[in-house]
Design a protein around this ligand. Structure first.
Ligand code: 8X3
Length: 247
């Protein structure tokens, strides 16, 4: 790479976001690690020689501050911040959980993208990678709020690609299936470690954050004329949402 390329990764404090920041630094990017937990992103930025900017993607003021911290030119935006809250059926799910999921998985992506589009455009060769989910492809019991939100992430991504056609900005969605990270399922189940562990019980080799980071780095480093629209990535043991091999 002949000039230093700048990347922003949201949700960089753990899991896929932190792994992606490390992968991109390895590829030579100057990585801006954005997340709410400043202690974590500051440690990560020190580790990878990047920068840390505190950001809550659901807060418009915070997103404006992120854009100010980024400056006028940005080459890569990884909209990774997201998550699932709760696993209740539609009949009894908390509307506040659904709002929170729509807020972080859709509105957060919207706000960060809107704020950073001018800088991506200015680079002359921008890339946006939105981290969706296989939950944006299918419905499953107890997943209504999350699947609705991740379908939203998918549609936002597709719409943006259509709207930016003709501009020097590529738009990709990465849709991971079963990825074992420290926090995704723990957060979903309100801190219940046993429930979180049961998601992956007996599954030989679920994906890990580094697998998704690897795919994001690959997408971002294709030649400029190559747009990877979407990548659905599952572990070998998961042929479909409900088809999981357990031993
Ligand atoms: C995570 C995939 O299967 O928990 O985005 O919905 S799943």
């Amino acid at each position: 790479m002949d000039q230093t390329r700048i990347a922003v990764v949201t949700g960089a404090s753990s899991g896929i976001g932190a792994a992606t920041a490390r992968s991109l630094a390895h590829e030579g990017y100057d990585v801006i690690c954005a997340a709410r937990r400043t202690d974590r992103i500051e440690a990560l930025a020190t580790e990878i020689g990047g920068r840390a900017v505190a950001c809550d993607v659901t807060d418009p003021d915070s997103v404006r501050e992120l854009a100010a911290g980024v400056g006028g030119v940005l080459h890569l935006l990884v909209n990774n911040a997201g998550g699932a809250f709760g696993s209740d059926p539609v009949e009894s799910a908390e509307p506040s959980d659904w709002r929170a999921m729509y807020d972080v998985n859709v509105i957060g992506v919207l706000q960060v993208t809107q704020s950073l589009l001018p800088a991506l455009r200015e680079s002359g060769d921008g890339v946006i990678v939105n981290v969706g989910s296989t939950a944006g492809r299918i419905a499953y019991e107890g997943g209504g709020g999350y699947t609705a939100a991740k379908h939203g992430t998918q549609v936002l991504t597709e719409t943006l690609r259509l709207e930016l056609c003709g501009e020097p900005i590529r738009v990709t969605e990465i849709a991971p299936g079963m990825v074992r990270t420290d926090e995704f399922s723990l957060v979903r189940f309100g801190g219940d470690q046993d429930k979180a562990d049961s998601v992956y019980a007996g599954v030989p080799d679920p994906l890990v954050a580094e697998d998704i980071a690897d795919a994001i780095a690959w997408v971002a480093t294709r030649p400029s004329h190559v747009n990877i629209d979407e990548l659905v990535i599952r572990p070998r043991a998961q042929a479909a949402q409900h088809k999981v091999h357990r031993v």
